[in-house]
Design a protein. Sequence first.
Length: 538
Amino acid sequence: MNKKGLLLVLMEDSSGTELYDILASRKAEEAAWRRYQAASWLENLVGPIGISNNPSEKEFISRLRNGLVLCNAINKVHPGAVPKVVEIHAPLLPLTRESQPLPAYQYFENVKNFLVAVEELRLPAFEASDLERDSLEAGSGTNVVDCILALKSYHEYKQMNPNGFYKPARSPMVIHSAIRNNSQPISSDSCRRLDMSAACEKETPTGSELKKIEDLIAKKLAEHMADTKENMDSNFLMSLRTGNNMDPMKLFSDILLSCLGDKLQNKFPELKSTAKGGSLPAHSSIKPKEDSSEPGDSKCCQACLRKGNCNHRQLIQMQEKELLDIKALLTLTKREFQGLQSQLQTDLRELGIQVQEMSTAALGYHRVLKENRNLYNMVQDLKGNIRVYCRIRPAFGDRTSNVIDYIGDDGSLVISDPLKPQKDGKKVFQFNRVFGPTATQDEVFMDTQPLIRSVMDGYNVCIFAYGQTGSGKTYTMSGPSGRSTKDMGINYLALSDLFQMSNERKDIVNYSIQVQMVEIYNEQVRDLLAEDSTATKN
Ligand SMILES: Nc1ncnc2c1ncn2[C@@H]1O[C@H](COP(=O)(O)OP(=O)(O)OP(=O)(O)O)[C@@H](O)[C@H]1O
């Protein structure tokens, strides 16, 4: 079954007369309200026009028939819109053809000029004939009212936006008017049923009139449905067909909303809240956009719609975008962190390898050091565990005669006694090394110094001087008398070397150094550092 057929069945199933009366009553109320708005605005704009508070369509049209009020109004809204207005100086009485003081063509001039001006402002116009007939046809007054209310909207817009571009809004009533203009005219009798005038409001439509109106509504609804997508599903139609107990006005509203769908809701956002309030059937295929969101969000947006301002969806979208950015950043950071972790592990592995290599090198070094030490001490052994050096003290004063005949580099010493024959007077001695009278303290210590290192390696070493009185033992071992640091003897130089080497090896070996001073004199040993230095030991 096609849609038109469905709608016709629907209209027949509803109680026709009752539905028609309710529809007519609602439309009449709305038309009266709009006439009142148009008349009030005109009076505010151009002054009293002699019209009642609740004008009938006939009264309203008769007041505007000469076009004077309309021209004055549009000139107030848009100065100069109608350059030449035909003035009428007559009391404010209802104007019929008989009471018109000027020829009708002059009034027609005003109306024609007004309509031209309205066209130039791109506002919905009406036909001049809408004002000419005393017996009005259905919708004639509606067109005029629509035009005046559009002019009113234009005026209000221009007052708020002097330089703005006015885009005329189409209200459902304007749509209704347009439909009427494109359709065949409805009989004046039928139209009278939609009027609020006392003469018409109680009349009951005949069957043929009712059928005509029903056909017209069904045709227009079917045209809208054809223009839109499948806005009505079979469930909805079935429910309508069987919905005998439904409120007829609600039913009509549902049909309109279903047929016009999003197109109408987009043009008139206020219908969204109406639709959400229950006018749309729950099973309708037309769903408000908010229905797809969360319940809390929907409530929130309803509240915002009432305020005329809703930015929650935009905020949510922004937050979702930020969330995505943060997620991307987190992923990037995780990747960088993993890269750093991997790099750190590589560095640690390389460091471990280097430490291992250094440890191996250190072990090798210690092994080599030990070997070197062993070789060193072996050399010292080879040089002899007991070494004897000879130092010749310089001669003093008049004892200038020199008995030293020869000092060899190999430690040989030849002494000649001038008092004895040549052969018997010569004596040869052999030492490890012989230091002549000119040898310095440092030269003597140089040969002793390797033994100090042997001490630090754990070998026992003993150095002592032997000789007759005044031969220079004290001088060689301690140095010249007095506190001079110049020409220090072997004892001081050896101790200095000992502490220096101990300091160099402090990280490897902890040395403990003790000093003891004894004197061996006449076969007796005396502790020189003891408090009772007179105590002796044999
Ligand atoms: N190589 C030297 N050069 C210059 N002066 C020296 C040298 N050897 C010793 N003398 C001087 O000779 C003197 C005697 O030396 P020293 O006192 O050292 O002898 P000694 O062997 O210690 O005597 P004693 O056994 O009586 O103590 C000192 O005045 C000392 O300065």
